[in-house]
Design a protein around this ligand. Structure first.
Ligand SMILES: Cc1cc2nc3c(=O)[nH]c(=O)nc-3n(C[C@H](O)[C@H](O)[C@H](O)COP(=O)(O)OP(=O)(O)OC[C@H]3O[C@@H](n4cnc5c(N)ncnc54)[C@H](O)[C@@H]3O)c2cc1C
Ligand code: SF4
Length: 377
């Protein structure tokens, strides 16, 4: 389908990038620009950054895969349930999952195969909390790699204020991207590459992230809220290197709201990731300057600010001594246990991992049904 209409942030980003000899292009978004599968095109309401899409244009799984799966009559969603342990038998096979329903009532769901897709922090937590006598250091963890090599996609960018209102309340979050610096280049002095996009969260997101020191009521707050329309962000999404000591494990004392041992996160950026993020900040400043910004706020690059992409913690590989799952997403240790989410990734890529995760999920689905037809699970 054709790209979505360009917004002010996209126009300005494109102007600045082209002045520098770069090659911005329309952002591929998982959003309908025309009617597709009975779902309407984007209504340009501007709310998708951080919020659900009421018109079904944004291709969240809640509007795409889940209704299709339910329509087969073979899928039942038990929402707000919380799996806290994978059941195992003496033969070393998974038997199902122990879970709490939304009323915190405990159940066991038997299964011929268990597929865990709880993403890069909850998947390793569940495995580590499912230890047995045969797997004392956590289920499917004979390699010791469960929870390790956590990657977030470190990035850096700049916010820029322009002379005229951008009216960024309209339309989807991002309309232009840039991938001229996607590949790593030894001349830069660090490993890593990244992409850029032009974005503005709109008034709601602006109101949710009031800078420290800004009053949260009265005329000054009103003035702050009104200022959103002059601002946009040139946002760089980059590389995080796989470092073994960056990990999810289980806190020895803390329990979560269900009384289940809570996760503990240990993370320190690789020095190359920090250099790369600072480099991205400089490039963002140049693009926004070339676009004619009146004020530019370079993003701060902290030592380890964490992130929202949760990658690498149950890595894929051929060698069972260094990886958790094989190329079919099947755990090396338990033949009817599959993991398929951000935890499967071996590198962080350059940010925006979700379409790769989805492609891998479709591929894993084909393999799992093949194993089922062959009577292996
Ligand atoms: C603010 C934010 C912005 C992002 N922006 C982008 C972006 O622009 N581009 C991009 O590519 N990616 C982005 N991401 C990353 C993207 O959301 C993830 O890569 C993607 O959602 C991973 O898909 P998944 O199905 O593997 O896991 P998730 O979407 O995280 O789904 C995991 C599911 O498992 C459930 N779950 C977890 N534990 C349990 C349990 N014990 N029992 C039962 N259920 C459980 C969770 O409730 C959740 O529904 C962003 C993430 C965040 C948070
Ligand atoms: S802007 Fe986002 S939330 Fe609004 S209709 Fe378009 S895709 Fe949906």
């Amino acid at each position: 389908m054709p790209p979505l209409p360009v917004k002010s942030s996209g126009v300005l980003f494109e102007r600045g990038a082209r002045k520098l000899g770069l090659h911005p292009y329309p952002a591929p978004m998982a959003i309908n620009s025309i009617v597709y599968k009975d779902r309407p095109p984007c209504a340009q309401c501007g709310l998708c950054g951080g919020f659900g899409c009421e018109v079904m244009a944004k291709s969240s799984s809640v509007w795409t895969m889940i209704p299709e799966a339910e329509a087969t009559g073979k899928c039942e969603v038990r929402s707000e349930s919380y799996v806290f342990r994978i059941g195992m038998n003496a033969a070393g096979r998974a038997t199902g999952v122990h879970y709490f329903d939304k009323n915190k009532v405990e159940h066991f769901q038997p299964a011929r195969a268990v597929v865990v897709c709880a993403n890069g922090s909850e998947t390793p937590k569940l495995l580590l909390n499912s230890e047995t006598n045969a797997f004392p250091q956590g289920l499917a963890n004979s390699s010791g790699a469960v929870g390790r090599y956590l990657m977030f996609n470190k990035g850096g960018g700049a916010a820029a204020r322009f002379e005229h209102p951008l009216n960024e309340y309209k339309g989807a979050n991002v309309t232009r991207v840039l991938h001229d610096w996607y590949e790593s280049d030894p001349k830069r002095g660090f490993y890593g590459g990244g992409g850029f996009d032009a974005r503005s969260g709109g008034p709601l997101t602006w109101g949710q992230s009031v800078p420290e020191g800004t009053p949260t009521w009265g005329p000054e707050f009103k003035e702050y809220l009104g200022s959103y329309t002059y601002w946009m962000t040139c946002s760089g999404h980059g590389t995080s290197l796989a470092v073994e000591s960056n990990r999810i494990d289980i806190d020895p004392e803390l329990k979560d709201a269900w009384g289940v041992p809570a996760m503990r996160v240990t993370h320190k950026d690789h020095p190359d990731d920090v250099k790369h993020a600072n480099w991205l900040v400089q490039r963002a400043v140049e693009i926004m300057d070339a676009a004619g910004a009146k004020q530019i706020d370079p993003g701060e690059v902290g030592p380890s600010s964490g992130g929202v992409h949760l990658l690498g913690t149950c890595r894929m590989g051929n060698d069972p001594s260094t990886s958790v799952i094989d190329k079919y997403h099947r755990t090396h240790d338990v033949k009817n246990l599959f993991l398929c989410d951000g935890s499967s990734m071996v590198t962080s890529g350059r940010g925006q991992p979700t379409e790769t995760i989805e492609a891998l999920a479709f591929r894993a689905g084909d393999f799992i049904s093949r194993f089922a037809r062959a009577g292996e699970i």
